[in-house]
Design a protein around this ligand. Structure first.
Ligand SMILES: Cc1cc2nc3c(=O)[nH]c(=O)nc-3n(C[C@H](O)[C@H](O)[C@H](O)COP(=O)(O)OP(=O)(O)OC[C@H]3O[C@@H](n4cnc5c(N)ncnc54)[C@H](O)[C@@H]3O)c2cc1C
Length: 501
């Protein structure tokens, strides 16, 4: 048995932001991370190893309505950001308000954009986000400029930007947490999005949060430490211990405050697995919302192909289009975000185009400019994580708002054809892609319909916070990591100022 003041479970963006806020305090903090530190090795940048061999994926099996699958989850120090695409967007002001979509309402958040704005600024600085304010037509107001200018386009992307402007659109530099520029470490390799960075030029949670936090002597990190469940006292209100499996050996770790940051799916699973006599539906779950309202965005990949043009771009993620984020005009409903993807390579197509001869896959990959169309999925109570009798995770993704997504993809195809690429191939991402998972332990103002208060403390427990993407009541249509970081810094600040002082 070991005792700490604060135990943080998970070393991703959520856990890392809280830990960084507690660094240097007169308090003993332990971060428990189920994975190891990711090795820096040649395979980091090998698409066959990363995509085909799935070298870094968890070996776990989850189920989607009974069908077994290997989820795209990465259990390392830094969590999923070790593999993320580093697109660091703020949610829009209106994303915090109730928004009508054709298939339902995207619910309001219990906090406003203005409450999170200072924390967005801080998160951008910590992650070294590069961007340019005032260019994104849907951009919310900001109190500070980006600390670093945007990553410049390569020639193919520059030409596309001009073609987009000729269509009357306002393409803008994608905000990106990659250390490119004067004195920057990025080499503009072509293995960034969905690869770990061998030279640590990507602003991920390990490099930007966990490592800086660990420079303080009060922060300890334990790796290969899988938290299996929580124990409460006899009242059921206070969490007293985390039961941790460290390399096969079980330990009880006690603390005054627990911060659960295992990611939206694993955090919900852990609370459900911790059910006891006083909390029969699982911890933090008197409202019965834990595990429900799972969202992960409606997303499609688009390959814009020109049969006679080779795309030699190394780092394409420099541009996005948000002219239709809130729809095509007055009275319309929101459509979504169009962003450049990391460069698709032949091995990445082996899964989806396995039946197609390799030379065709290679030709497609060398001639394509690759895009990502993203639109909002809506929270639904039956979109749900549950635990099977054998202990495994079952995922039921109740797909929603697909009418909007189909409309957005069709619009994107016509935009991309207008840039001079006559062939646009599209493929929707399916259930197995859980990268933008969120919503499973929602925060709110009403304990009857939310699990967490607006500062992410469990309504049902005195000393349990949940701080990862599970708190989102809606998913918006931009990437989640910066919003997790901003709320993590806000919650960490609250714990430092109000809870442990
Ligand atoms: C390929 C890919 C590309 C992406 N690209 C982008 C992008 O460009 N922009 C963007 O904003 N977002 C992107 N995302 C999403 C982004 O990475 C996530 O939103 C973000 O990392 C979520 O952070 P988190 O702290 O909620 O959870 P996680 O990153 O999942 O962190 C949870 C941590 O908890 C650990 N853990 C889990 N269970 C336990 C347990 N029981 N005990 C102990 N430890 C545990 C995990 O190992 C992990 O380290 C991408 C994701 C992927 C996979």
């Amino acid at each position: 048995m070991r005792a700490y003041d604060v135990v943080v479970i998970g070393s991703g963006v959520g856990g890392g932001s809280v830990a960084l806020q507690l660094a240097g305090c007169n308090t003993k903090v332990l971060i428990l991370e189920r994975g190891p530190a990711l090795p820096r090795e040649a395979q980091n940048w090998d698409p066959v190893e990363v995509f085909c061999e799935r070298r870094y994926h968890t070996k776990e099996t989850w189920f989607a309505d009974g069908r077994a699958f290997n989820p795209g989850m990465f259990y390392f120090v830094g969590g999923n950001t070790k593999f993320y695409g580093a697109a660091m967007f703020r949610f829009r002001e209106k994303d915090f308000e109730a928004l009508q979509h054709p298939e339902g309402v995207s619910p309001a958040w219990p906090i406003t954009y203005q409450e999170l704005e200072p924390w967005y600024s801080k998160a951008e600085q910590l992650f070294g986000v590069r961007g340019q304010a005032g260019q994104d037509p849907s951009e919310p107001p900001r109190s500070s400029a980006y600390a670093h200018g945007p990553i410049p386009h390569e020639p193919v992307i520059d030409a596309i930007a001009a073609k987009l402007r000729a269509q009357g659109l306002r393409p803008f530099p994608m905000p990106c947490a990659v250390d490119f520029g004067p004195q920057g470490t990025c080499q503009r390799c072509s293995n960034c999005d969905a690869f770990p960075c061998k030279i640590n030029a990507k602003g991920d949670a390990e490099m930007k949060l966990i490592e800086p936090a660990r420079r303080s002597s009060n922060i300890e990190l334990m790796t290969n430490a899988l938290v299996e469940k929580f124990e409460t006292d006899d009242t059921g209100r206070t969490v007293v211990a985390a039961v941790v499996n460290v390399n096969g050996v079980r330990q009880r770790i006690t603390a005054s405050t627990f911060v659960l940051s295992a990611g939206a799916i694993n955090s919900a699973a852990l609370l459900l697995r911790s059910a006891n006599a006083r909390n029969p539906r699982g911890l933090a779950n008197s409202s019965d919302v834990v595990g429900r309202h799972y969202m992960t965005h409606n997303t499609s990949a688009l390959m814009a192909v020109h049969p006679f043009k080779i795309n030699k771009t190394q780092f394409p993620k420099t541009l996005a289009v948000h002219d239709y984020y809130f729809g095509e005009g007055e009275g319309d409903t929101p459509l979504g975000s169009l962003q450049l993807l990391g460069k698709i390579k032949e091995p990445m197509l082996r899964g989806s185009l396995g039946a197609v001869p390799k030379f065709i896959r290679s030709a497609l990959a060398t001639h394509s400019v690759d895009w990502y169309a993203q639109s909002e999925d809506l929270p639904h109570p039956d979109s749900r994580i549950t635990i099977r009798p054998d202990g495994a995770i079952n995922l039921h993704w109740h797909r929603s708002n697909m009418q909007t997504h189909h409309r957005w993809v069709a619009r994107c195809k016509s935009i991309l054809r207008g840039t001079g690429y006559p062939i646009v191939l599209t493929a929707p991402f399916g259930t197995d892609v859980v990268s933008h998972q969120c919503g499973t332990i929602r925060f709110g103002n009403d304990p009857a319909v939310s699990a967490l208060d607006p500062l992410c403390k469990a309504w049902d427990h005195d000393n349990l916070f949940v701080m990862d993407s599970s708190f989102f009541p809606s998913s918006a249509a931009v990437n989640p990591a910066l919003t997790v970081a901003a709320q993590g810094l806000r919650v960490g600040n609250h714990i430092r100022e109000e809870i442990i002082r």
